[in-house]
Design a protein around this ligand. Structure first.
Ligand code: NI
Length: 178
């Protein structure tokens, strides 16, 4: 699994491609575990709360998520760091909530409000081939939806409904301190 070391940025047509599922015989392989660790490390290096494989040039359904403390969302409870392979979700509540999102492939500092489902049930494999499943709410559910969108070539920009909510993170913080 060869990847680029830098994050692809919006405008790069690779970000618009459809990602393929990881072949099940690769679960537990050294190759997949090494790639998963690389994805987690990159996410932390860039201080992201989520990162999808297509953002580093691999069109496969692999995502990393989680944080102990988010600088941008200091009040949020930690989400355990994990890599999800071939994740899917179903909606448990049709309730949608708008909140700010950003993306490491959109410079990282541009934010806008995006509506997302507030309560989902997700299923995936971990890199070792164990099944991971559970409910996710709030920010956790938001991150999963954002990262799975990357597998469909969708960026948060495409989902912004109120375009007047666009702003750079520093300006938004000044206007509305946490
Ligand atoms: Ni993103």
């Amino acid at each position: 699994m060869m990847t680029e070391t830098t994050l692809l940025q919006v405008g790069n047509p690779q970000l618009r491609e459809i990602s393929m599922p990881v072949e099940l015989h690769l679960l537990g392989s050294e190759e997949l575990i090494r790639f998963s660790n690389q994805l987690l490390e990159l996410m932390q290096q860039y201080k992201g709360v989520g990162l999808a494989a297509p953002q580093i040039g691999l069109q496969k359904k692999i995502l990393a998520l989680g944080f102990e403390k988010s600088e941008r969302r200091p009040l949020e409870k930690p989400i355990p760091r994990a890599v999800l392979i071939n994740p899917t979700f179903t909606v448990l509540s049709n309730n949608l909530e708008e909140d700010y999102e950003a993306c490491l492939s959109v410079g990282g500092n541009l934010m806008a409000k995006v509506p997302r489902f507030t309560h989902i049930y997700y299923q995936a494999y971990d890199p070792h081939g164990n099944t991971i499943e559970g409910e996710a709410k709030g920010l956790h559910a938001r991150i999963i939806q954002h990262e799975i969108d990357h597998f469909d070539g969708i960026l948060f920009l495409d989902r912004v409904q109120d375009t007047r909510t666009y702003g750079f993170v520093e300006e938004i913080k000044k206007a509305k301190p946490a």
